[in-house]
Design a protein around this ligand. Structure first.
Ligand code: SF4
Length: 292
């Protein structure tokens, strides 16, 4: 099997088998991310992919799921993806779900009809690292698209019947945009109707451009209490019927399969944490993180 370091896979999906069809990230310039800074984006040859699939067909011939790597494998054109999906179907005929992460703008070059064909080939669930629905915050972190792009592309996914996750990057707007980040993200995410909303707390890793912006004084990080207040504002204004998950934020278990039914409980837990939380420990835990 061919894998390019660093190998990151979504831990909420089955983590075996994995198939790397691209290396690195097409964008590679979000200001909070250094994950693929030393990896040049590359699409792997069909020969290499077929070789890996042959191996998988011996190791796990009855596999029902497969997770595609790396950062945004669905950035590939429809034709390329279709060829790869045909190979997956040939070597792993029992696959029911093809998972993968992707950027919002990777959907732009695919029509709804093409997306439907990919869905019929088992691309049923993807994860969008959206981060924010606030244009100012998206520009601050150099995400490379804006809120209207998010709505347009998510509408296409909904029309094609492809379920998707949306992530909210808690703290990304800094003190400058925290309120806009929370409110506009809740508005846009609610409008997009994702199957799952995930929230992750920002960690300022060494070497990130956001850390440099902080040192230059053009972006100011939130403290732990402000992070929770931002998350609370986001949750209070989120109105979509979805699953909800939270990580890199607090030790609180906010995960639920039914967000709307449990929204009041989540709000209560967050308010209690804001009132009584041990912010020193939270800060130490965040500062000790070295990777996602
Ligand atoms: S956050 Fe995702 S899209 Fe942005 S540079 Fe990192 S891997 Fe690429």
């Amino acid at each position: 099997m061919h894998f390019t370091e660093p190998v990151y896979r979504n831990p909420y999906w089955p983590i075996y088998p994995l198939l790397e069809i691209t290396a690195g990230c097409t964008h590679n310039s979000c200001k909070f991310c250094t994950m693929y800074k030393d990896v040049k984006f590359k699409m792997h040859s069909l020969e290499q992919i077929e070789g890996d699939l042959k191996e998988l067909s011996k190791e796990c011939p009855d596999a029902k799921t497969i997770q595609l790597l790396s950062a945004n494998p669905f950035s590939l054109s429809f034709d390329r993806l279709f060829s790869i999906f045909e190979l997956i179907n040939k070597y792993l005929p029992h696959i029911e779900y093809i998972y993968g992460a992707t950027r919002v703008d990777d959907i732009c070059n695919k029509t709804v009809e093409e997306l439907k064909k990919l869905r019929d080939f088992n691309m049923r669930e993807i994860s969008l690292g959206v981060e924010s629905g606030d244009d100012g915050t998206l520009a601050t972190i150099n995400k490379g698209y804006c809120a209207t792009d998010i709505i347009e592309q998510c509408n296409k996914l909904n029309e094609a019947g492809i379920k998707f996750w949306m992530t909210f990057l808690n703290g990304a707007g800094g003190k400058e945009r925290t309120k806009n980040h929370a409110l506009n993200s809740a508005k846009i995410f609610s409008e997009c109707k994702p199957m799952l909303v995930g929230t992750g707390g920002l960690v300022l890793f060494d070497g990130t451009m956001l850390l440099k912006d902080m040192e230059k004084g053009v972006w100011t990080p939130l403290n732990e209490k402000e992070m929770l207040e931002e998350l609370l504002l986001f949750v209070e204004n989120l109105t979509c019927d979805c699953r909800f998950t939270s990580h890199h934020t607090v030790s609180l278990d906010l995960n639920t399969n039914d967000f709307l039914a449990n929204k009041d409980k989540i709000i209560k837990k967050l308010k209690e944490e804001i009132e009584y939380g041990d912010f020193c420990t939270m800060e130490k835990m965040r500062n000790n993180k070295r990777s996602l």
